[in-house]
Design a protein around this ligand. Structure first.
Ligand SMILES: Cc1ncc(C[n+]2csc(CCOP(=O)(O)OP(=O)(O)O)c2C)c(N)n1
Ligand SMILES: [Mg+2]
Length: 378
């Protein structure tokens, strides 16, 4: 009898599968932790001018300052809901820099900065955090539409919506894409797979981001899935899927730019996993990360955070210095102060109005609640 063929032997070698899966997903990396370029050709391929580099660092600083101020405001009870973003500035700001105004953003609750840099005024973001109806109006200060949906609270649901919009763009022959964000936890949702599967089957114009920030509230990445990389899930739907150092702004931008071009040209969707870390609490609603991770671990990630390396890169290129950064931080904080004043000057939303705004035709129970609150002047 002939021996088992090499192919059959490999097919039946489960251990081989388990030990080689991870090799299919090398990490795209252009800068090291200190901001040194480790791949000159990849850096060139990103085609970032000095102006682009400055725009990106400014967006990252804006995001960091928004994070700091929002966390403080939340502690004072002046913010409603806030999901901290520190550590994810490359993953959020360098990715979104690769997209156009015509592209549709599908954010999750942690992706407020991406909407803001698309032209959504900060005062609306503050009202959104408070559940105010005017915080759900996606227009610029001068009333131009901002192509973003509301930040999705239902984990992963934006992926299904993204697939639909992406198919619409494709059918209309638009040279535009949807870019959608979810988290490591989001990849365990049915909606995640349904969204990428549908978009893949119809070659829809979508770029899907999985921001792997290490945690889904207190659940660590290792308990989320046995898959060696979250990007591997994209392969199940037939998508080009890649892993990027999510704290490396240049690598994130390069991957995003090329994924956008691929999807906008009608080649179908792409999935990008950005490996980053959530440096603060899950949200300002009382989570204490020290109950499920160590100070040392958080400290190690602070050393790898993206602003350090972006700042170093720009300083090495001779296009950024401490003074410029201090001035910009001041400018951003002045802007935030002004925007808080606008948000605070908007008439408070009554509870009855909140219920009225929920459904076009309120149910009987809601009608009764509206009448009750109105009779109390609320
Ligand atoms: C369908 C659904 N299930 C559960 C929740 C509660 N919940 C809110 S945030 C969260 C964790 C999500 O983690 P991840 O996708 O990694 O995003 P991150 O918060 O880290 O940005 C969960 C389970 C929810 N909002 N929606
Ligand atoms: Mg997460």
């Amino acid at each position: 009898m002939a021996d088992i063929t090499a192919t059959n032997k490999q097919v039946l070698d489960f251990n081989h599968q388990l030990t080689t899966q991870a090799d299919s997903f090398p990490t795209l990396s252009v800068l090291d932790n200190t901001g040194k370029i480790v791949d000159d050709e990849a850096f060139e391929r990103a085609e970032l001018s000095n102006e682009d580099l400055i725009n990106i660092i400014k967006r990252m600083i804006l995001s960091r300052q928004l994070d700091i101020r929002s966390t403080k405001l939340a502690k004072q009870g002046r913010f409603g809901f806030f999901a901290p973003t520190a550590g994810q500035e490359a993953s959020q700001m360098a990715s979104s820099y690769a997209f156009n105004d015509d592209d549709w953003l599908m954010p999750g609750y942690r992706d407020i900065p991406q909407i803001v840099v698309k032209g959504w005024p900060i005062w609306k973001a503050i009202l959104w955090s408070r559940g105010h109806v005017l915080g759900n109006v996606y227009t610029t200060e001068d009333d131009k539409p901002v192509n973003s949906w509301m930040p999705q609270i239902i984990i992963g649901a934006q992926y299904v919506e993204a697939a639909g919009i992406a198919l619409g763009l494709k059918k209309r022959g638009k040279n535009a894409v949807v870019y959608a964000y979810t988290g490591d936890g989001g990849t365990s949702q049915g909606d995640f797979y349904e969204g990428i599967n549908f978009a893949g089957a119809y070659n829809a114009n979508a770029v899907f981001f999985v921001q792997n920030n290490g945690y889904a509230i207190s659940t660590p990445r290792v308990l989320q899935t046995a898959a060696p990389h979250l990007a591997a899930k994209g392969w199940a739907a037939g998508l080009p899927s890649l892993v990027v150092d999510g704290n490396d702004p240049i690598a994130v931008y390069l991957a995003s730019k090329e994924a956008r071009a691929w999807a906008a040209n009608g080649n179908g969707p792409v999935l990008i996993e950005t490996i980053t870390n959530r440096l603060e609490a899950h949200s300002t609603a009382g989570d204490d990360p020290l109950r499920y991770r160590t100070k040392d671990d958080i400290g190690e990630w602070w050393k790898k955070e993206p602003l350090i390396r972006m700042r170093k890169l720009l300083q090495d290129q001779g296009i950024w210095n401490e003074e410029q950064e201090d001035d910009y931080v001041k400018e951003v904080n002045q802007l935030i102060d002004d925007q808080i004043k606008i948000a605070d000057s908007v008439e408070k939303q009554k509870i009855s109005n909140f219920i009225k705004n929920t459904l076009e035709v309120p149910s009987q129970a809601m009608k009764e609640q509206i009448a009750k609150f109105e009779s109390e002047g609320k």
